[in-house]
Design a protein around this ligand. Structure first.
Ligand SMILES: CC(C)(COP(=O)(O)OP(=O)(O)OC[C@H]1O[C@@H](n2cnc3c(N)ncnc32)[C@H](O)[C@@H]1OP(=O)(O)O)[C@@H](O)C(=O)NCCC(=O)NCCS
Length: 241
């Protein structure tokens, strides 16, 4: 069993299997709080297109986790949006607009800062991190960050932020273990439900957490892949996985 980390490229041989892992991970997480109508939109093509766009995006970098040569997860780092860098009186806001469920939307997303955190060009946002469900909670997410965050430091970056759904307790525990702590809150426009002539906007609470890169590296230093994973590797070694 072999673990490797590679950069996302515009290659279908990499993007196709990764889109399947991404879809499984995203859908397992989202079906807990999204409507069946919205879930129906999250087809394989949706994730394929998303990954293809990420591979084309020069403003972000995606590191892919491969198990035995097959992509099973990824993390994406990008420059922080401008509205983080200049809060006024502990608040900032940004216009979000686009199409969702065939419905055009535009609304102001407000961010409430609870603490003064230095956010500048040396800060990146962890936009996405997804591990295939059957490979979760084995230490692989931590391993992916442990292998990639030191590379960011080499390029001069000093800190990271992450946004996560306030109900995603697994993600919250995960980020806490990496050294992140929440410093701001906001809300995300999730989807629209149209039923019986009524339109309901679904808005979810989001926490925003921060860590310095040095703190993340120190927090991860003693973490290892779990015993379950290591046993699994021994058991499955040499067999199809
Ligand atoms: C969140 C995620 C990336 C973490 O990666 P992972 O490989 O599963 O995490 P690790 O095995 O490295 O776990 C580290 C810690 O995270 C927490 N954690 C991860 N998965 C968990 C689970 N299923 N249940 C409870 N805690 C969990 C635990 O605190 C764990 O520490 P522990 O092993 O000492 O209990 C992964 O679970 C995932 O892809 N989840 C779905 C997508 C998602 O929520 N992404 C983040 C969106 S912002």
């Amino acid at each position: 069993m072999h673990i490797s980390i590679t950069r996302l490229e515009k290659k279908l041989s990499q993007i196709l299997p990764l889109s399947e892992a991404y879809q499984r991970s995203y859908n397992k997480l989202s079906e807990q709080y999204k409507s069946p109508e919205e879930m129906a939109l999250y087809s394989r093509g949706y994730f394929l297109k998303k990954l293809w766009k990420m591979a084309e995006d020069n403003e972000s970098v995606v590191a892919v986790l491969n198990i035995n040569g097959t992509p099973r997860g990824f993390v994406r780092y990008s420059a922080i949006p401008e509205y983080y860098t200049a809060p006024i009186n502990g608040q900032s806001r940004d216009m979000e607009k686009g199409m969702l469920d065939g419905f055009e939307f535009a609304w102001y997303r407000k961010i409430n800062f609870e603490r003064n955190i230095k956010l500048d060009k040396k800060t990146l946002i962890v936009n996405q991190i997804y591990i295939d469900p059957e490979m979760q909670h084995l230490g692989l997410g931590t391993h992916l960050l442990n292998r990639t965050i030191p590379e960011l430091k080499k390029h001069g970056y000093e800190s990271l932020i992450i946004e996560y759904n306030a109900n995603n307790t697994n993600a919250e525990k995960f980020y806490r273990g990496i050294g992140f702590s929440a410093f701001a809150t906001t809300q995300d426009f999730d989807h629209i439900i149209k039923k019986d002539g009524q339109t309901t906007f679904c808005i979810s609470d989001v926490a925003i957490a921060h860590t310095t890169i040095d703190n993340a590296i120190a927090s991860m230093r003693n973490k290892q892949l779990s015993k379950t994973y290591i046993t699994m590797v021994q058991r499955r070694n040499g067999k199809d996985y």
